[in-house]
Design a protein around this ligand. Structure first.
Ligand SMILES: NC(=O)c1ccc[n+]([C@@H]2O[C@H](COP(=O)([O-])OP(=O)(O)OC[C@H]3O[C@@H](n4cnc5c(N)ncnc54)[C@H](OP(=O)(O)O)[C@@H]3O)[C@@H](O)[C@H]2O)c1
Length: 287
């Protein structure tokens, strides 16, 4: 009998790719959705859908019933205790493997929720794999898309610092691999792309691929917060973003590892490929 794998955050940036990758493997796929009546088109049609909400422990039992492996992520608005508590409940009912989506440097930074969740996941009886991902390329197509589409600019306060961007599709493929293949138990991986680039270089890649001039506006933290707060992003969210971009500005987000390539057996996708594949998302809205 093939194993049953539960994917949390399956409507999100990484979880959707974990789900599509798992659908191609020999396993039964279950996705845990807050609204099981609203299944997005991008999810595999043969995925079993379970009602699941980190904030509603009464949904956990049915979502975990018969599950062997779990892709666990922390939605930005969910507290660390709920995510950790769910991991512990999963291990208690016999889930044998947990792959947890964390962030690079979480093990050294007690201030980030991932630090505490990692420790609690690692303390369960389940075999765990901690996936400490670098900054997703997809952030440029999500939170920063409007600047590119409406103003032909990249508007992040990262100065000249480099970032070892990783494509969320590769993170999803890694998660599917560690949940379905042996050799990744009780390990932690730092998932980066194959190179670090600064935002001047990112803007050049965008300009070449999209065939129009995209500039890097290089705003200050203040200018960034003013614009994004004006768009309705709440200050706590912007504080986290400023911390992330300050890390990049200081050159602390540039470390490149071979973990993604080693697990996938191929080079990680680069920024050029990302922009080519998402080019439609970046077309000016007037076209
Ligand atoms: N962005 C980056 O560059 C980066 C890099 C490294 C690590 N990370 C980490 O990645 C995680 C976010 O992953 P992501 O970007 O793939 O997610 P995402 O796109 O932000 O999506 C959030 C997902 O969580 C679900 N969700 C929200 N509240 C929920 C709840 N109460 N119960 C169950 N599900 C809930 C959402 O489902 P609905 O459809 O119901 O809203 C959605 O599927 C964060 O922990 C972040 O720190 C991010």
């Amino acid at each position: 009998m093939s194993s049953t794998l539960l994917v949390t955050g399956a409507t999100g940036t990484v979880g959707r790719h974990v789900a599509t990758e798992l659908a191609e493997r020999d396993c039964s796929l279950r996705v845990g959705l807050r609204d099981p009546d609203d299944v997005p088109n991008h999810l595999p049609t043969d995925a079993e859908v379970a009602a699941f909400d980190f904030a509603r422990p009464e949904t956990w039992g049915a979502a975990l019933d018969g599950v062997d492996g779990l892709f666990l992520m922390r939605p930005p608005a969910v507290d660390a205790d709920s995510v950790s508590g769910f991991a512990e409940a999963a291990a208690r009912v016999g889930v044998a493997r947990i792959a947890y989506l964390s962030t690079v440097g979480a093990e050294k930074n007690p201030l980030v929720p991932h630090h505490r969740i990692e420790k609690r996941v690692a303390a369960t009886d389940a075999a765990h794999t901690l996936l400490r991902a670098s900054f997703f390329m997809q952030n440029l197509a999500e939170v920063h898309r409007e600047d590119i589409v409406a103003h032909d600019e990249i508007f992040v306060p990262a100065g000249d610092g480099e970032t070892s961007f990783v494509d969320a599709r590769d993170v999803g493929a890694v998660a599917a691999t560690v949940l379905t293949e042996p050799g990744h138990e009780n390990r932690a991986y730092d998932l980066t792309g194959a190179e670090a680039v600064n935002y001047h270089e990112v803007a050049e890649i965008f300009s070449e691929v999209l065939d129009r001039r995209i500039t890097y506006a290089e705003p200050s933290l203040f200018e960034f917060v003013r614009r994004y707060n004006g768009r309705g992003y709440p200050l706590p969210f912007l504080a986290v973003m400023c911390a992330i971009y300050t890390t990049a500005r200081l050159g602390l987000a540039a470390r490149v590892t071979g973990d993604t390539e080693e697990i996938l057996g191929r080079e990680p996708r680069d920024m050029e490929t990302f922009v080519e594949d998402y080019a439609e998302e970046f077309q000016p809205e007037t076209q």
